[in-house]
Design a protein around this ligand. Structure first.
Ligand SMILES: Cc1cc2nc3c(=O)[nH]c(=O)nc-3n(C[C@H](O)[C@H](O)[C@H](O)COP(=O)(O)O)c2cc1C
Length: 459
C-alpha cells in the first residue's frame, strides 16, 4: 500500500474522485428512476391481472360516484379491486387485465367526457388484441340528446372489435334512471357473488325556501336572468364546496330534477343560484326555469339537494393562481370560486367574462369592483357581444379576449395557474378551447387536463 501526505497529490486524487462521481451520478440516478418507474408499472400490471378494475369517465361526477360505489361493493364481497379514471389505464394494463367494469358518461354531442380525452386519443384510435378481457359497461346519458350514450356505445363497440367479451349486455342509464342503476347493481351482485350490496340511494331531497329573487338584466336583449337565494327549511345548511351543484325539482316534473351551479359558499348562509329563464317561443318558458324565475312566489318551498361536482372544485388548486373564464349564467360557478378565494385570502385571480350588453348584463359588477379594490381580483377582462362596435371588431366573445392576452396567459400558466371554464358549450367552450390551444399548444393543454389544471363546467 502506498500512502502519501503530499497535499497536492491528495487534492488531485480528491478532484479525480469528485469528477468520477459527477460523471457516474446522472446515469445512475436515471437508471434508478427508470427501474423505479418500471417496477411501479409492473406492480400496476400485476394489480390489474388477478383482480377487478373499475374505470370511470365522468364530467360532473355521476359516473365517478357510481364507480366508487361499484368498487366498494366488490371490495365488500372480498374481491381485490382497483378504482381509476379511464385515462389512467395504460395499453399494457388493458392487455393484462381480465375483468374491467367501465362506467362512462357522454358529453358534448356524443363525445367522451374531458377526463377520458387522453384515453380516446391514446388508446381508442388504434387497435390492440384484448381476447383475455371480460368486461361490463354502464353508460350514462340523456336520451334528449341526439347521440344518446354516444361515448358508452363507442367504447363498447371498440372493446368488442378488439376481441374483449362482455360479461353482461351494456346497460344504459337515461338521466340516472333508477331502473338502470338497479339493473347494474343486480349484474354486479351476480358478478361479485354477493347478495348484500350496500345501499346506493342518493341523498334525499330536502325542503328549501325561496328566500330572495332579483331580475339582474332588465333591458337586455338576452333572456331574463335571475339571482335566487335559498335557505333550508330546517335551518341546517348542508356542506358544499365552490364548484358544486344543486338539483332542483320543479313541481310539474318531479322525475326530472334540473342542475344549477352554486354561486355561493356555505359561509354566505344560503345557496345562491343564477338562473336563466328559458324561453321557447310560442311554447312559453321552460318548466323548471319558468317556475323558479317567475311562477314560484318568494317564500315558496321547493325540493332540492346539493350534489358534489368534484371535477369543478378547487381540489388541489387552492394555492395556484386561478384563471376563470365564463359567459352568461356560467358566472355562477366562477363566483363561487371567487368567494372561496376571497375567504381564504388568495388574490391571484383573473376573471374573463362575456355577455351581451355592458349596461344590462354585467352580473355582479359591484362585487368584482369590490374584489379588485381589495386586491382579491388581480385582473378582469370583459367582452360584450352586442356592444362590440365600441371595442373594435375583434372582441365580441370571451374567447376573443385571449389572443391579445396571450403573453399574460402564458405567464400565469408558467406560474402554475389552473384554468376554470364555465358557461355555454355551444360557441364559448369550443372557442375558448381553441384560443387556449393556439396560445399554449395542444400538448400543454392536454397536460393541464391531466394535472387537473384545466377544468370545465359547460352545458
Ligand atoms: C353539456 C352536456 C352535454 C351532454 N351530451 C350528452 C350526449 O350527447 N348524449 C348523452 O347521452 N348524454 C349527454 N349528456 C348527459 C350526461 O351524459 C348525463 O348527464 C350523465 O349523467 C353525466 O354523468 P357524469 O356526471 O358522470 O359526467 C350531456 C350533458 C351535458 C351537461
Amino acid at each position: 500500500m502506498i500512502l502519501t501526505l503530499d497535499t497536492t497529490r491528495l487534492a488531485l486524487a480528491a478532484a479525480c474522485l469528485i469528477s468520477y462521481g459527477l460523471v457516474c451520478a446522472p446515469p445512475l440516478l436515471d437508471w434508478r428512476r427508470r427501474t423505479a418507474r418500471e417496477a411501479a408499472g409492473r406492480a400496476a400490471v400485476q394489480a390489474a391481472g388477478p383482480g377487478w378494475i373499475v374505470a370511470h369517465a365522468s364530467q360532473t361526477g355521476n359516473a365517478e360516484q357510481l364507480a366508487a360505489q361499484t368498487a366498494e361493493t366488490l371490495r365488500l364481497a372480498g374481491l381485490p379491486v382497483r378504482l381509476c379514471s379511464l385515462s389512467a389505464l395504460s395499453a399494457d394494463e388493458l392487455q393484462q387485465a381480465e375483468r374491467i367494469l367501465f362506467i362512462v358518461s357522454t358529453y358534448g354531442e356524443g363525445d367522451a367526457p374531458d377526463a377520458a380525452a387522453a384515453f380516446v386519443g391514446r388508446i381508442m384510435t388504434g387497435t390492440m388484441p384484448l381476447p383475455q378481457l371480460h368486461y361490463a359497461l354502464l353508460a350514462l346519458g340523456d336520451s334528449s340528446y341526439g347521440q344518446y350514450c354516444g361515448f358508452g356505445r363507442a367504447l363498447d363497440t371498440w372493446l368488442q372489435q378488439q376481441g374483449a367479451r362482455p360479461l353482461v349486455e351494456r346497460i344504459e342509464a337515461d338521466r340516472l334512471a333508477d331502473s338502470a342503476i338497479a339493473a347494474w347493481r343486480h349484474a354486479l351482485s351476480h358478478l361479485a357473488g354477493t347478495t348484500d350490496a350496500p345501499d346506493w340511494s342518493a341523498p334525499a331531497f330536502g325542503a328549501w325556501r325561496l328566500a330572495e329573487r332579483h331580475w339582474l338584466n332588465e333591458g337586455s336583449s338576452g333572456a331574463p336572468i335571475y339571482h335566487i337565494e335559498l335557505e333550508p327549511e330546517d335551518g341546517v345548511l348542508p356542506d358544499w364546496q365552490s364548484g358544486d351543484l344543486v338539483q332542483v325539482v320543479a313541481p310539474a316534473e318531479p322525475d326530472k330534477p334540473r342542475e344549477y351551479s352554486i354561486a355561493s359558499i356555505p359561509s354566505d348562509g344560503r345557496v345562491h343560484l343564477l338562473v336563466r329563464l328559458h324561453l321557447h317561443g310560442e311554447r312559453g318558458a321552460g318548466v323548471a326555469s319558468g317556475w323558479l324565475c317567475r311562477e314560484a312566489p318568494v317564500g315558496a318551498t321547493l325540493q332540492m339537494r346539493v350534489r358534489q361536482h368534484r371535477h369543478f372544485r378547487l381540489d388541489g388548486n387552492e394555492h395556484r393562481p386561478l384563471i376563470l373564464i365564463g359567459n352568461g349564467s356560467g358566472i355562477a360557478g366562477l363566483r363561487g370560486h371567487l368567494r372561496a378565494r376571497a375567504l381564504a385570502g388568495h388574490g391571484r385571480n383573473w376573471l374573463l367574462f362575456g355577455e351581451r350588453h355592458a349596461q344590462h348584463d354585467y352580473h355582479y359588477r359591484h362585487e368584482w369592483d369590490a374584489l379588485r379594490a381589495a386586491g382579491q381580483l388581480q385582473q378582469l377582462d370583459v367582452a360584450w357581444s352586442r356592444d362590440a362596435g365600441g371595442q373594435g371588431c375583434c372582441v365580441r366573445y370571451v374567447q376573443d379576449i385571449l389572443p391579445a392576452q396571450a403573453a399574460a396567459l402564458r405567464d400565469w400558466v408558467a406560474q402554475g395557474a389552473a384554468i376554470y371554464v364555465c358557461g355555454s358549450l355551444q360557441g364559448m367552450a369550443a372557442g375558448v378551447d381553441r384560443a387556449l390551444s393556439d396560445i399554449l399548444g395542444r400538448d400543454k393543454l392536454d397536460d393541464l387536463i391531466t394535472e387537473n389544471r384545466y377544468k370545465r363546467d359547460v352545458y
